[in-house]
Ligand binder design. Structure first.
Ligand SMILES: Cc1cc2nc3c(=O)[nH]c(=O)nc-3n(C[C@H](O)[C@H](O)[C@H](O)COP(=O)(O)OP(=O)(O)OC[C@H]3O[C@@H](n4cnc5c(N)ncnc54)[C@H](O)[C@@H]3O)c2cc1C
Length: 206
């Protein structure tokens, strides 16, 4: 039995209504619904949450799936607030114990005090930016990928808790050229591939 915790960080603000992330979240839930070997819990950050209860969901899960739009090249403020509140509530209570260093040699082992070791996470993001902004020479992100560029800190944050990454999936150009049917088909294929061996979860690294 695998336990999956799905977080929808989509929010309604300005020209971002959260509908695309809601659609992705529904696709994820539908994918796992049909599987008898999987249990799912879900949080919609916009609907409110109790930090201590969220900590318990992280502790319960084998895999955490984050769905988030990107605002100003990082997490939207409501998702950042969620992380600040939940991970702080989880200090020495399931998320992380310490920064991992010891007083005898404080120069090493930073970031090894996570309490979520053995678990995995998967990230999806949505962007106005087209994929080519990350891949073409001379374009905006100077050929840095989403994961190694703007979302590097997000992945380090998860490493700090002890979790390991499954392959991310990024939706581009969703504001002006959203093609929900095509995108959900591709995403569904990604889920099938990533979770094809749900017992071993070997499809790691980005
Ligand atoms: C403050 C702010 C800062 C931003 N900064 C950046 C940035 O730094 N870089 C960047 O690239 N982008 C940026 N954006 C754009 C942002 O990333 C996108 O608006 C966001 O990812 C869209 O996600 P959403 O879930 O809110 O989608 P929505 O806005 O809800 O939907 C996007 C489009 O998809 C359509 N759609 C969604 N679901 C369905 C469905 N089921 N069926 C049919 N059509 C559907 C909607 O009608 C809409 O046209 C920013 C936006 C804001 C508000």
């Amino acid at each position: 039995m695998k336990k999956i915790f799905v977080i929808n960080a989509g929010q309604n603000f300005g020209h971002s209504s959260g509908r695309f992330n809601k659609t992705i979240t529904a696709e994820t839930l539908a994918f796992f619904e049909s599987r008898e070997d999987v249990q799912v819990m879900k949080t919609d950050i916009s609907n409110g949450y109790i930090p201590e209860e969220e900590v318990q969901k992280f502790v319960w899960a084998d895999v955490v799936i984050y769905h988030t739009p990107i605002w100003w090249f990082q997490l939207p403020n409501g998702f950042k607030k969620y992380i600040d509140e939940v991970f702080t509530a989880g200090h020495q209570k399931g998320i992380y114990y310490s920064d991992g260093r010891r007083s005898e040699n404080p120069k090493i082992n930073y970031g090894t005090g996570g309490m979520l070791k053995g678990k995995h996470y998967m990230l999806t993001t949505t962007w106005n930016a087209p994929e080519t902004a990350f891949t073409l020479p001379g374009e905006f992100f100077n050929e840095h990928s989403v994961d190694e560029g703007p979302l590097f800190g997000f992945h380090r944050m998860n490493a700090f808790t002890g979790m390991k990454p499954l392959k991310s999936f990024h939706f581009h150009d969703v504001e002006k050229n959203a093609d929900v049917i095509r995108d959900m088909e591709r995403y569904s294929e990604h889920l099938s591939k990533t979770f094809s061996e749900v017992q071993s979860l070997v499809s790691e690294a980005y």
